[in-house]
Design a protein around this ligand. Structure first.
Ligand code: FES
Length: 278
């Protein structure tokens, strides 16, 4: 159900104010006409996402990114598998990001990716030497090799998709997990037909039918920091080693429980026309 207080499509004039200006700054798109100069549309969206845990400052779950495996073994995101999948990224200032627009003409393959700043500091993870490569099922371990996470099931890695050759501020990020199929669960908000469809978005490991791959966006729904899985010592120290963890303000998400979320986002039709210029 849409949030109360907004019509299905309510147009307001150019008053997104601080929120829009902040989003523009976060996206590094100051060279373009400010979003505050534009008409803005407020639209409700609904999406299946990994469950945000109680007590987290983040208000919503992270949206699922449906996956499929190509003949070559690469993992590919399936945009538009549900209506609002790409629109969701606008919350984090991606109104003009080419990959978030239907006009994107690159591929949908997912590729290992971490922020430049982390790369400069040096990575000590199982995927450190394959950053930039396509994510392939053949390369993905069953469990995280780091002994710190030995007690927790599955393995995970951060990726970018629909963002090849884009600057950092126009990069769409996510995380992919390989996990035992039996631990993936659905809340009561997911009806059986939806559950069937969502399970189709989590392909089985070709040589291990007990494992599935699942992916979600990694931009925390609190303030858009990048959340991670099996990467942060702080997650283990605070008792959340088996959760997606955002170190900015300690939001936790249960990647193995799928829920449904409703929220509103801004849409700037003129900004979309300017998409690709950022
Ligand atoms: S908890 Fe604040 S941005 Fe993630």
């Amino acid at each position: 159900m849409p949030d109360e207080g907004f019509d299905r499509r309510s147009f307001i004039k150019a008053c997104a104010g601080v929120g829009a200006a902040g989003a523009a700054a976060a996206a590094g798109i100051g060279m373009l006409r400010p979003l505050t100069d534009m008409d803005v549309e407020i639209i409700p969206i609904s999406y299946p996402g990994v469950h945000v845990m109680r007590g987290s400052p983040a208000p919503y779950g992270l949206p699922i990114i449906p996956l499929e495996i190509t003949d070559e073994g690469a993992l590919r995101g399936v945009p538009d598998a549900f209506e609002n999948q790409l629109q969701w990224y606008r919350y984090c200032g991606h109104e003009r990001t080419p990959g978030a627009l239907p006009t994107w003409d690159g591929d949908d393959l997912i590729r290992y990716h971490v922020q430049e700043e982390r790369l400069r500091k040096g990575l000590d993870t199982w995927f450190a030497d394959i950053i930039g490569d396509q994510v392939r099922w053949q390369d993905f371990p069953e469990d995280t090799p780091d002994p710190l996470f030995a007690d927790f099931p599955g393995a995970g890695a951060p990726f970018q998709w629909r963002s090849t050759d884009q600057p950092a501020e126009s990069t769409l990020t996510g995380m992919i997990l390989r996990a035992p199929a039996e631990i993936v669960d659905f809340t009561a908000a997911i009806v059986p037909t939806q559950e069937e469809e969502i399970r189709d978005w989590m392909p089985q490991h070709p040589e291990d039918p007990d494992s599935v791959f699942l992916a979600c966006a990694s931009m925390c729904t609190h303030f858009c920091c990048v959340a991670r899985f099996h990467e942060d010592r702080l997650a283990v120290q605070s008792g959340y080693g088996d959760r997606i963890f955002c170190t900015c303000h300690l939001s936790r998400y249960d990647p193995f429980t799928i829920d449904v979320y409703n929220r509103t986002i801004f849409r700037y039709p003129e900004a979309e026309e300017e998409g690709g210029d950022a």
